[in-house]
Ligand binder design. Structure first.
Ligand code: SF4
Length: 171
């Protein structure tokens, strides 16, 4: 497995953006490696039908599809070049340890809004989280538009299980 090319891009709609993305073109199709990444990487979301996967890598997001790896964001081109090589090293390490990893072929199953809503304080829409209702907050949590901590009641109310909420959200 080798790097063919590393492209550094800025988001299309933001040519003056302060950050850049890296697209790594590999010389092989990485699809066979995705179940191993699904088994080992934090917050991995595997979509076997396409197939592709995304996961968190530090503060970055990594998306892998066929022979392409996208990593976002980096502060500049140098950081993007270095980060791209580190992610490829991670893949090489997983490739060489495949015999010790049980691959996970299960597709990403997104949490349901109602399952999250049931675990929220449901104070009748106090709106302190910045959303008009707990249901709207639950939707925003699933879309990763807000952190759990935005609802202070979740943290302060001992009857609310942060652990359970995190488990259902998969974070
Ligand atoms: S702050 Fe908490 S209790 Fe209030 S609306 Fe938002 S999620 Fe519901």
């Amino acid at each position: 497995m080798k790097i063919e090319k590393i492209e550094i891009t800025r988001p299309d709609c933001m040519t003056s953006a302060q950050f850049v993305n890296a697209i790594v073109h590999m010389d092989v199709d990485l699809s066979d490696l995705l179940p191993y990444l699904n088994a080992t990487q934090k917050e991995a979301r595997y979509y076997p039908k396409h197939p592709f996967i995304n996961f968190s890598w530090g503060f970055h997001k990594v998306v892998i599809e066929a022979n392409q790896i996208r990593i976002i964001p980096f502060e500049d081109e140098k950081a993007a070049q270095e980060g791209a090589k580190e992610v490829v090293n991670l893949l090489l390490e997983i490739e060489s340890n495949k015999n010790e990893i049980v691959p996970d072929i299960s597709p990403y199953d997104p949490p349901k809004v109602l399952d999250i809503y049931k675990l929220l304080p449901k104070l009748g829409g106090c709106s302190e989280c910045g959303f008009p209702t707990c249901m709207a907050f639950a939707t925003a949590l699933i879309n990763k538009e807000v952190a759990l901590e935005a609802c202070k009641e979740i943290i302060d109310n001992k009857k609310i299980s942060v652990v359970k909420l995190k488990e259902v959200l998969g974070v």
